[in-house]
Design a protein. Sequence first.
Length: 578
Amino acid sequence: MARGLEHIKCPKDIKEFEQHELSGLCKEIRKMIVDVMSTNSGHLGASLGAVELAVAVHYIFDVRKDSLVWDVGHQAYAHKILTGRKEQFNTIRKFKGLSGFPSRSESVYDDFGTGHSSTSISAVLGMAIGKKLKGDESTNIAIIGDGSLTGGMSFEALNHLATENVNVLVIINDNNMSIDPNVGGLQQHLNNIDIRQNYFTDLGLKYHGVHNGNDIDEVVNVLSDNDLRKGVHIVHFKTKKGFGYKYSQDGNPTHWHAPGKFEVESGVGSDGKTDYPKKYQEIVGETLYALMSEDKDVVVVTPAMATGSSLKAIEKDFPDRFFDVGIAEQHAVTFSAGLATLGKKPVCVIYSTFLQRGYDQLIHDVALQNLPVTFLVDRAGLVGRDGATHHGMFDLAYLNAIPNMTLYAPQDENQLAALIHQTGNLSVGPVAIRFPRGKGVLEQPVDTKYQHKDVLLKNSSSTSNLVITIGAIGNQVSSNERYDVLALIKVKPIDFAKLRSLLVDYDRVAIIEDGVSMGGIGQMILAEMKRLDVSAEVELIAFPDEFIGHGRQEELYQQIGMDQTSLQQRLQDIFNGY
């Protein structure tokens, strides 16, 4: 009787398989991934394309001793299934379930946590040298996508790797894609690579390729070469994103990267869709499109997030003023700065968690020179099922710390659109406008005549209590007979003279901030209130000083006591007796 997935309890079990049984195992793993993703929404296409790589690596290498790092990690679902997490796989990306990415705290077989790209070669090289210093000669494997190879860290790591005498195997999972099709010269190089002389061989690295990464026998035969266990080697596999499931294999790979819920038999999405509220990302794409039609100096830059931030129509209709620079956040920031020196109006659309990767460039190349670059900071706050690596927890704090920076935290779609329309006129220097992931709050189209205000004060009655909200979290709080609500839209710089004139009417204030408290806007307000001798008692509600896991956005906000119900109770407790 042929062995199958039911025989896999831990990684060593796969070694009992005959090689001819592996193709059946790949089909079973692929079916499990499709079945779970159809009801669970996750990263489908990348993991389907890498099933054979995962099976072959676990079949040939001993991951109890050999180090294995997946880059970015959303192609590692088969790895999770093979490493003792098969029974829990249906919990992936759910609240308190398996992470959607490799996680050291989740499994001893996840040697390095990932979620941001281009880190695997650096991490594996560190592991290899660490082992060498201990006399350990086991193999260290990095599985990296061609999209991740465009990130600067990968080039830095390869440059270092070429000078070290260590046991490192770099497996390139080349499918011509990140979320969208890959861009730039490296992809062209990989597509037309000369196997004798290429970028890798010019660095002095041993290159092996190009091989079919979706043929399990070919992958096993290539990786079975014992010479790959010693020294540094680059093995190049071509794979098909979404391979093995007809709709993802033959359909739009960008859609099938993370398709949401769908019917397995038809491939049709099962998520209910309505016209309103629209996603904040849709508002960004539509507003920027209109702005670019009006102003020929506006240029849009994004680091591989054209689809995620709803920029595909701009990419199509304004190709000369739209730049997807690949997974290269540092370059995206400084490239935008260069555009600004020539009188252009660059808008860098970037996730909050990815702007962290360009922080030095933000400080040194943009803010220090006070250049007028607009940053549309997507996925601010808690993003949901992508979890700790993707939450936009820190942008209020890290942007607040930078001189010359102007920072806005719009609370709804009208405010967001109005601010984007004023790009280039909000400040003489850099501007950041942050907005959350997912749907907004308005059940009607954006009001194109909406006039932006830096501060919105909502009075319900004569009260001595005030709630100050920072960010879209303000949508969870409404003024009532117990307290007024003041929404800060412009959060840096704050007009503290004006704020003080508002605060003198209140005895007790609560500040609710959609981010970490350490170094955030709330702490700055507290310090200024003391300096201005404001006598009101103040309490700050913000994210806890810890990394927050994955789950639906509402579950995570509830977990930290910042969902609507929890906030109402906390405010009731704060203002009890006032």
